[in-house]
Write a protein that binds this ligand. Structure first.
Ligand code: FNR
Length: 183
């Protein structure tokens, strides 16, 4: 059966370059991998007050993460750190205390930016949170996609150099996930 990878896109923008990168990763992935973007824009802001009677959106989100075999984050950097919507999703999945859906899911992080820095700071801030929620993260290769507005062909695919990078990177992540296969 194909491995189900839950993809979290840190931008809520319709024409998001990160969403396009996530779609390219899906297109360039192997047959044995099924990437699905799990929407995070509809999640009410996390508050412990709601733990006793959680919003349906939280319950659905947590279930989708539970059902997945891996977590792939594709995100921009906002003000040199994690976009709020993505951080909220991380927090929602981590609670109620003792019932986090994250531990043990093999993860990886891609960041991109319209600048040349590729979202470096956000990438490492996401990694920091993932250490605490016990997501075993692929360390290498790293993925910082710079100049994200300029890497597209007219048909919406990424330019050749970026496609090659994304395909190789995805192959490395697939190996990482396969290393965690349930026996
Ligand atoms: C940005 N952007 C940005 N870029 C960057 O490299 N470092 C940063 O700290 C920020 N900060 C930031 C804050 C906010 C609120 C916005 C909206 C944007 C620019 C960012 O790289 C650009 O908008 C990307 O296009 C966002 O990704 P999507 O929406 O295209 O996926």
């Amino acid at each position: 059966m194909a491995k189900k990878i839950a993809v979290l896109v840190g931008s809520l923008r319709k024409e998001s370059f990160n969403r396009k990168i996530a779609n390219e990763l899906s297109r360039l992935s192997s047959d044995g991998f099924d990437l699905e973007i799990i929407e995070i824009g509809n999640l009410p802001l996390y508050s412990e007050d709601l733990d006793q009677s959680p919003p349906q959106e939280w319950t659905d989100f947590r279930q989708k993460i539970k059902n997945s075999d891996g977590i792939l984050v594709v995100s921009p950097e906002y003000n040199r750190t994690i976009p709020g919507a993505l951080k909220n999703a991380i927090d929602v999945g981590s609670r109620p205390y003792g019932s986090s859906v994250w531990p043990g899911k093999p993860g990886a992080v891609v960041t991109s930016s319209i600048s040349s820095l590729g979202g470096l700071a956000a990438n490492h801030h996401i990694r920091q949170a993932f250490v605490f929620i016990d997501v075993p993260l692929m360390q290498q290769p790293e993925a910082y996609i710079g100049n994200s507005s300029q890497i597209w062909n007219d048909d919406g695919t990424a330019v050749e150099e970026t496609q090659k990078f994304l395909k190789d990177w995805m192959g490395a992540y697939e190996k990482w996930v396969n290393g965690f296969s349930k026996s």
